[in-house]
Ligand binder design. Structure first.
Ligand code: PAF
Length: 279
């Protein structure tokens, strides 16, 4: 695996490979890799001749300074895992490399996508995500971009970004990987104690409870019961909502519209998110 730290160097390497007709796949990450990331790498390798992974903890997307400071860093292990997966290129830029002095910050028109759910609870978060992903895609010009469905709203925001900026890359959305007991893989899980990990299963339980018990009609009691599962396990809930696939909140269901249940909740200042599609 080749490791690049300089934007200009990785860009010229990749552009060269593209000139040779090689297909480039890209998996952007913030490091602290887990099986969810590795599944993105595997899918990327299947469809592309060159697999690029980036590892950059983007300060611009953290609205909570403590979350940023405590974000896990496991670079040595990440390199080992990526080598085991035969990843071709790892890009580990510094903050100055991504946001040089002459970098021009801009505002992204995301409409309602940044006014609901994660957007509402993490002001500025999606602006920071768009800023870094636009920059990364200008450095790593890829045919295919790989994103995990655990960040459902991020996938929607980035699809919107790529469409609106007419960036020539295809988005590939990859299913969430879960621990055997259902807990969605997340870098932030590394911060949980064993006890908190057990309690974190309540997120999967709450989502599954909704999936198994939903009926057409008013959804309030169902949501209240699912929230109780989280509260009994010491979670503070940011949101637990049932929406259509475009993230419009539904309080009443017609029994037919495909749904997504989305949750964000915090235990001991560690914020976890998850979602589940119905059907
Ligand atoms: O999902 C993430 O890890 C990050 O939001 C991303 C897409 C790498 C941008 O920093």
């Amino acid at each position: 695996m080749i490791i690049f730290k300089q934007a200009s160097e990785i860009t010229s390497y990749i552009d060269n490979q593209r000139l040779k007709g090689k297909k480039i796949g890209f998996v952007p990450t913030m490091g602290a890799l887990h099986l969810g990331h590795l599944s993105l790498i595997q899918q990327c390798r299947e469809k592309n001749e060159i697999t690029v992974c980036s590892s950059f903890i983007n300060p611009a997307q953290f609205n909570n300074p403590e979350d940023f400071q405590k974000y896990p860093i496991t670079l040595e292990n990440d390199i080992k895992l990526l080598e085991e997966e035969d990843c071709d290129i790892l890009f580990i830029p510094s903050v100055e490399e991504i946001y040089p002095e002459n970098f021009e910050k801009k505002h992204y028109e995301l409409g309602y996508l940044e006014q609901v759910l994660e957007g509402k609870h993490r002001p500025g978060h999606f602006q920071g995500v768009c800023m870094v992903v636009e920059r990364l895609l200008s450095i790593v010009r890829c045919d295919n971009l790989y994103l995990g469905k655990k960040d459902y709203q991020q996938c929607m925001v980035l699809s919107h970004l790529i469409q609106s900026l007419k960036i020539n890359t295809q988005i590939n959305l990859i299913d969430t990987i879960r621990e055997n007991n259902g807990l969605a893989m997340s870098s932030r899980n590394q911060r949980l104690s064993d006890d908190e990990k057990n309690k974190a299963l309540s997120i999967f339980k709450a989502l599954t409870y909704i999936k198994n018990n939903i009926k057409a009609g008013d959804l309030k009691t169902l949501i209240d019961n699912a929230e109780t599962i989280l509260i009994e396990n010491d979670f503070l809930i940011d949101y637990l909502e049932i929406t259509d696939q475009k993230l419009n909140t539904l309080l009443d269901w017609d029994g037919k519209t495909p749904l997504v249940v989305l949750v964000a909740a915090t235990i001991n200042n560690i914020r976890l998110i998850d979602n589940m599609n119905i059907p």
